[in-house]
Design a protein around this ligand. Structure first.
Ligand SMILES: Cc1cc2nc3c(=O)[nH]c(=O)nc-3n(C[C@H](O)[C@H](O)[C@H](O)COP(=O)(O)OP(=O)(O)OC[C@H]3O[C@@H](n4cnc5c(N)ncnc54)[C@H](O)[C@@H]3O)c2cc1C
Length: 315
């Protein structure tokens, strides 16, 4: 059997690393704690309603991400929302789902520790060794999770990665709202209010490929407001945000659906300033948006660079 790599986290960084390794002929297994892929490029579905309650859109700058974008466009899993602002279609998770389709993925696998034996890395959850082909024989392992969540995993592996402590995140409380499709609405599809509790409002149903059965909106609270209310009931925060949403949009209709979500690690505030961390002796690496900045493309670039580095190390 050829060399295998384990990747913890199937967000954009983990999937990008997986693609790079696969392109070099290296087998990969992704371990993802959720049922689906994409991490913070997420789509919440409830009955007939759907919302991108994490990443809202992404821009495409670098050559490698442009090449990836061309593949997504060919698969019709992305579309342009407004000038240079791209989204997944029919939801934000679609590009990640397309990337995961050609990988070996173990979902609903919350990795709690890593150990290294003579044959390679093993991954464990709270019940013990995770049942996955090749577990115990991974020549390298990648932590593709937010830096604060990578800290205990690196510690369990006995690998020092002080760079993980340099990155920090702002939280975000997100409110999802659905109204009847014919509800009177402002002309703008999105707003960036300044100074108040709300930092972003988007009419989700104005994005390409979305169902038109309802008018759906996503509201993001500012970092400071979210931080102050992070440990409080998100439903109560949602009610306050709804009042501010009404004042900003003039929409006073009763919502058909309301839900608030708390992102503890939403947007990178302080980045590492390097594309990845890699311990060459043990072949444990770490990547994610926290390396380069608060963007989908930064997560992609970080995973891409670490995938290349590990392919080189295993060559
Ligand atoms: C509210 C919000 C708004 C945003 N807006 C934008 C925007 O408009 N434009 C933009 O470009 N970016 C935006 N972003 C940022 C963007 O979503 C991220 O930068 C990017 O998706 C990060 O990808 P990642 O792979 O580094 O991390 P993640 O997407 O967080 O992926 C990590 C994955 O690891 C999994 N995981 C974690 N721990 C474990 C474990 N122990 N075992 C197994 N799996 C685990 C998680 O479930 C997740 O799937 C936004 C983010 C949020 C939350």
């Amino acid at each position: 059997m050829g060399k295998q790599v384990a990747i913890i986290g199937a967000g954009m960084a983990g999937l990008s690393a997986a693609e790079r390794l696969r392109a070099q002929g290296i087998a990969v297994t992704l371990f993802e704690k959720s049922r689906g892929f994409g991490g913070r490029m997420s789509t919440r579905r409830s009955g007939e309603f759907q919302f991108d309650h994490g990443a809202q859109y992404f821009s495409v700058r670098g050559a490698d991400f442009k090449a990836q974008m061309a593949l997504w466009q060919a698969d019709v899993v992305t579309g342009e929302w407004f000038d240079g602002a791209f989204v997944g279609m029919p939801g934000m998770t679609a590009p990640a789902r397309a990337m995961a389709a050609s990988q070996t993925c173990i979902t609903e696998a919350l990795v709690s520790s890593l150990t290294r034996g003579p044959a390679g890395w093993s991954l464990h959850d709270d019940k013990g060794l995770i049942d996955a082909p090749g577990n115990g024989q991974y020549a390298a392992a990648i932590l593709a999770v937010p830096a604060p969540q990578a800290v205990p995993l690196a510690a369990s592996a006995g690998v020092e990665m002080p760079g993980l402590g340099k990155a920090s995140y702002a939280p975000c409380i997100a409110l999802m709202l659905a109204f009847p499709a014919d509800t009177a609405r402002p002309a703008q599809n999105w707003m960036k209010p300044e100074g108040g509790p709300i930092s972003w409002i988007a009419q989700d149903s104005s994005k390409p490929g979305r169902p038109q059965t309802a008018q759906t909106w996503v509201v993001h609270a500012s970092a400071d407001w979210s931080r102050a209310r992070l440990d409080l009931d998100p439903t109560a925060s949602g009610e306050i945000l709804l009042q501010h949403f009404r004042a900003l949009t003039g929409i006073n209709a009763e919502p058909l659906y309301t839900s608030a979500h708390r992102w503890r690690y939403a947007l990178v505030e302080q980045a590492l300033g390097a594309p990845f961390l890699f311990d060459a002796e043990t072949r444990l690496g770490a990547c994610g948006d926290w390396c380069l900045g608060p963007r989908v493309e930064a997560a992609f670039e970080s995973g891409f660079a670490l995938g290349k580095e590990i392919a080189r190390a295993l060559a």
